[in-house]
Design a protein around this ligand. Structure first.
Ligand SMILES: [Fe+2]
Length: 98
């Protein structure tokens, strides 16, 4: 297990804490798929699932940002775009056989 959720990660919004727990589970699955080297199909499925969940979660989080005066929203949104770009880049490399 690469990441383990703990109370210190809580943002005190239950729906977001739950999504973070789920996101961590996808990242751990992806890590396991890489470590265990169970084949490209499993790895690609895990990568696709992680990307889809990232898109879903970031959209939800950014909607909440828009409803609040959370002061760090621009920097946080930029981090989301960076993570999505990183995952897209990994996915492209995987498709290209790198
Ligand atoms: Fe988040």
């Amino acid at each position: 297990m690469l990441l383990r959720w703990h109370d210190g990660m809580s943002v005190n919004v239950d729906v977001i804490d739950d999504e973070h727990k789920q996101f961590i589970a996808f990242i751990n699955n992806l890590h396991d798929a890489i470590e265990q080297n169970n084949g490209d199909e499993i790895l690609f499925k895990s990568l696709s699932d992680t990307r889809a969940y990232a898109d879903y979660h970031f959209k939800n989080e950014e909607f909440l940002f828009s409803q609040t005066d959370y002061p760090d929203k621009d920097r946080h949104k930029a981090q989301h775009r960076n993570i999505q770009a990183t995952l897209a880049n990994i996915s492209k490399k995987f498709h290209d056989g790198d």
